[in-house]
Ligand binder design. Structure first.
Ligand code: GTP
Ligand code: SPV
Ligand code: MN
Length: 580
């Protein structure tokens, strides 16, 4: 580690190098340095103790997928869905941006563990950065400092990540990955997934590459435990694209709590999974905090996280009230008088929203009342169901179950979702986002599909695979399903199916709940809305199948034949079936 840090310092030429130990005393100094930069502010000490507001550069408010690269000698190794650079060219081009980038700045060396401190599944990374904001966030999102240095010892088994804010100009911004070297280089952004290198860069892009080599899985999935009457807990992992509901599902307050169904949070964004000797796929959450979407979060939608956010939290790009309290759309109530926008301007209705749509909070996971007693279990939790999902205003029903593993992999591989503010670019455009990994797969996605197919054959108790859609809209343009805590009704049906109960009706795309399958007591919903939510429209699916075929064709001969077979299978079932 020291040798690599020296090399990084020779390149970036900082005034000072600080090795972080992760202590509370050190954190106070880092926070002071963050405040000294002028873009961060302490919040109300009484109502939000140890909380801060950070305003990022307006050109740096989300991940930038078009500036994110996988570097491999051969373009085919990264596939048609990734941006490619050859490693030597990338080192030359991006190396010039790092050259002297930390002059006049401090280089912080941040060793961190992804995963519980004592878990054999966990891994060590080291990020060097010139951003105190990044250090403060890494301290919440990972086990950082001395624990990590101790775990590493004199070993060289760590993922190095070099990060500099550079000049924050998107024209000089690169988020580059070198999977063969397990190396990350990120320059020109201080935001979230671009800069907290343990998260998307390591725990998904580099880890997905390692996972294929080593026979495990690194996925963009929440992990939750569904407690059923009698106290048994069944664990599920769900992959939804960015800003499509993982945090909210993982932390929900169940609408069926009085019937004995409760949701426990293990993780809200990333899952690392290995086949354990008991034949189950066991999952750990590699993260230690939540970097969650603020807008839309309130006491009505996610009371658990609201109770966690009033201490030790860093807010990024939210609005702020004259009482120095954070504010965003959906927090509850009207915009208060004297509200400042995320850019620090006086808010009025002409300004649109006060919080940036991708405003986020960074909060320690153990502050959530819903945190699972097993969230740091070194062996992980056994996964009984995988749930894929996305935002689909039309097409996809509220929930359906795949016929078997290969079909489930097809369902994940053909996932699509409307784009959100989590990445720069247009919002609301439907795009293919297989397994919610489109921006996060560190190698050719065709090989990733093959890896999924192979894993299914190796897991004795493989999870059942489902698909959900909370976002279907009626003719009036409104969501048909109330979502949030009511989503537990869908989880209960999934649990019933896992346990061999649960009434179902077969359709060409999979099983949907039968008339009495979903527990709907206490919920006001019209029979028409229910019918619409479960409608499987043959014409619309035919169009979608044509689109997914086009998507598959991009991979050429590298696409696993099994997926083409599943595609044919769905088409054949539609042709044989009576219209539904
Ligand atoms: P990343 O952190 O970007 O990976 O996102 P995420 O998948 O964790 O998304 P999150 O749970 O933060 O949700 C993003 C947005 O979707 C928020 O504005 C939520 O309010 C909204 N949302 C979440 N769940 C539901 C739901 O069940 N129904 C509806 N209508 N909206 C939801
Ligand atoms: C996502 O975009 O999926 C996130 C937020 O979880 S970020 O860390 O910015 O990638
Ligand atoms: Mn995410």
């Amino acid at each position: 580690m020291e040798a690599w840090v020296e090399e990084a310092a020779r390149l970036t030429k900082p005034d000072k190098v600080v090795f972080c130990d992760g202590s509370a005393a050190e954190n106070r100094i880092i926070l002071q340095q963050m405040l000294a930069q002028g873009d961060s502010f302490p919040l109300n000490e009484k109502t939000y103790p140890n909380c801060y507001l950070h305003r990022s550069n307006p050109s740096d408010v989300a991940r930038t997928e078009h500036l994110t690269f996988i570097c491999a000698p051969d373009k085919d190794e990264v596939g048609p869905t990734n941006h490619w650079m050859d490693p030597e060219g990338a080192k030359f081009k991006i190396g010039r941006l790092f050259d002297g980038a930390m002059r006049g700045r401090t280089m912080y060396v941040v060793p961190y563990i992804m995963g519980p401190v004592s878990s054999p599944i966990s891994k060590v990374g080291v990020e060097v950065t010139d951003s105190p904001y990044v250090v403060a966030n890494m301290r919440i999102m990972a086990r950082m400092g001395k624990v990590a240095a101790d775990r590493l010892g004199s070993s060289s088994d760590f993922v190095p990540g070099l990060h500099s804010l550079g000049d924050l100009d998107p024209l000089r911004r690169y988020i580059a990955h070198f999977p063969e070297e397990r190396l990350i280089w990120s320059v020109g952004s201080g935001y979230g997934g671009n800069a907290l290198l343990g998260k998307k860069c390591f725990a998904l892009r580099i880890a997905s590459y390692m996972a294929r080599q080593q026979g495990w899985m690194a996925e963009h999935m929440l992990i939750l435990g569904l407690e059923s009457p009698g106290g048994k807990v069944t664990y599920m992992a769900a992959a939804f694209p960015s800003a499509c509901g993982k945090t909210n599902l993982a932390m929900m307050v169940s609408a069926l709590e009085n019937q004995g169904y409760k949701v426990w949070t293990v993780g809200d964004d990333i899952s690392w999974m290995q086949i354990s000797p008991d034949g189950y796929l066991r999952a750990i959450n590699p993260e230690a905090g939540f970097f969650g979407v603020a807008p839309g979060t309130g006491m009505k939608t996610n009371p658990n996280v609201m109770q966690a956010l009033n201490r030790n939290t860093i807010f990024t790009n939210v609005g702020v009230t004259p009482q120095s309290e954070p504010w965003w759309e959906g927090i509850g109530g009207d915009p208060p008088a004297g509200l400042l926008t995320w850019r620090g301007e006086q808010w009025d209705s002409s300004k649109g929203v006060a919080a940036h749509p991708n405003a986020r909070y960074t909060v320690p996971a153990n502050q959530s009342p819903s945190i699972s007693p097993k969230w740091e279990a070194p062996e992980g939790v056994p996964i009984s169901a995988f749930i894929f999902g996305g935002r689909r205003a039309r097409l996809a029903p509220l929930v359906y179950e795949s016929f078997h593993w290969q079909h489930g992999v097809f369902v994940g591989a053909t996932m699509a979702s409307e784009t959100t503010a989590a990445t720069t670019g247009d919002v609301g455009i439907t795009r293919r986002d297989p397994m919610a990994m489109l921006p996060f797969c560190g190698y050719n996605m065709a090989d990733y599909f093959q890896h999924w197919l192979d894993m299914g054959k190796k897991i004795p108790h493989a999870p059942k695979i489902f698909h959900v859609n909370w976002f279907r809209k009626g003719a009036d343009g409104k969501f048909l399903w109330p979502g949030y805590g009511e989503n537990v009704r869908v989880l209960k049906w999934i649990l019933d199916r896992v346990e061999g109960r649960g009434e179902a009706r077969e359709t060409p795309i999979g099983f949907v709940p039968g008339r009495t399958g979903l527990t709907l007591d206490g919920l006001k919903i019209s029979p028409e809305a229910l019918d619409e939510m479960f409608r499987v429209d043959a014409d619309a699916w035919e169009a979608d199948l044509a689109d997914s075929r086009e998507f598959f064709d991009k991979f050429g001969a590298r696409l696993p034949g099994e997926l083409r077979k599943e595609h044919e299978g769905v088409r054949n079932r539609f042709q044989k079936s009576v219209p539904v």
